[in-house]
Design a protein around this ligand. Structure first.
Ligand code: 13P
Length: 253
């Protein structure tokens, strides 16, 4: 059975102190009443990671970064390498988030370098894909996301592809309060799983976790997670409150 995952992407929120408190609170609520079948991940800002790794109970909550550098090391002021992230004890890294693609001009070439370094350093990439509103309105979202796969993850070996977690995040649903309907999420997730099956075979497709992201919250998680191809969520705003996050973690119950 494929892994169910609920990951919190804190984005550029929380001071170090508030982040540690949040990590503590998430660990406590997950320990007390979280669904043991769901892997919980928190992805704080870089500067919080070391402390957050110390704060969480690794058996309950894993830690990820929100990004990593496209270079292994060297004179790249301000960058944080995949090796550095891994050396903190963090195990995941979000890559290809639409905010990185859009605001920081991360194209497929850059993303490919990041993916390779993340994998080489033993991190599990949470690879994000998803279409903007204009593409959804034109009805060409399937082809759009297929192209993202072809440009960035379909060249991977089967062994490396198996290490990925996929997150489908329609850009029009991120931070807008306008979530994809349950049917839209299922339709896209099933399409993506079919693409993976076509490329790597059924066994890989059936074992790849595909998360939904975009205004997923305590109120709609259950309905989204009820879909057979939705294996959890990548949560922005609602991951900043431990109880809201817990309700999403328990969205399968
Ligand atoms: P929101 O849950 O705030 O819409 O953000 C989703 C997201 O971008 C997670 O990576």
């Amino acid at each position: 059975m494929r892994k169910k995952i609920v990951a919190g992407n804190w984005k550029c929120n929380t001071t170090l102190q508030a982040g540690v408190e949040l990590a503590k609170a998430v660990t406590e609520v997950v320990k007390a009443s979280g669904d043991p079948e769901v892997q919980v991940v928190v992805c704080p800002p870089f500067v919080h990671i070391t402390k957050v790794v110390e704060t969480v109970d690794n058996n309950q909550v894993k830690v990820g970064a929100q990004n990593c550098a496209a270079e292994a090391k060297g004179a790249f002021t301000g960058e944080v390498s995949a090796e550095m992230v891994r050396s903190t004890g963090a195990e995941y890294v979000i890559l290809g988030h639409s905010e990185r693609r859009e605001y920081y001009a991360e194209d497929s070439a850059v993303l490919n370098k990041k993916l390779a370094l993340a994998l080489a350093n033993g991190l599990t990439p949470i690879y994000c894909c998803g279409e903007p509103l204009s593409i959804r309105e034109a009805g060409t979202q399937n082809e759009y996301v297929k192209k993202q796969f072809e440009e960035t993850i379909f060249h991977l070996s089967e062994e490396d592809f198996r290490k990925l977690v996929i997150a489908y995040e329609p850009i029009w649903a991120i931070g807008t309060g306008k979530t994809a309907t349950s049917a839209q999420a299922q339709e896209m997730h099933a399409w993506l799983r079919g693409l993976i099956a076509g490329k790597f075979g059924n066994d890989v497709a059936e074992s790849t976790s595909i998360l939904y992201g975009g205004s997923c919250n305590a109120g709609n998680a259950k309905e989204l997670f009820a879909n057979p191809d939705v294996d959890g969520g990548l949560i922005g705003g609602a991951s900043l409150d431990a109880n809201s996050f817990l309700a999403i973690v328990n969205g399968y119950n």
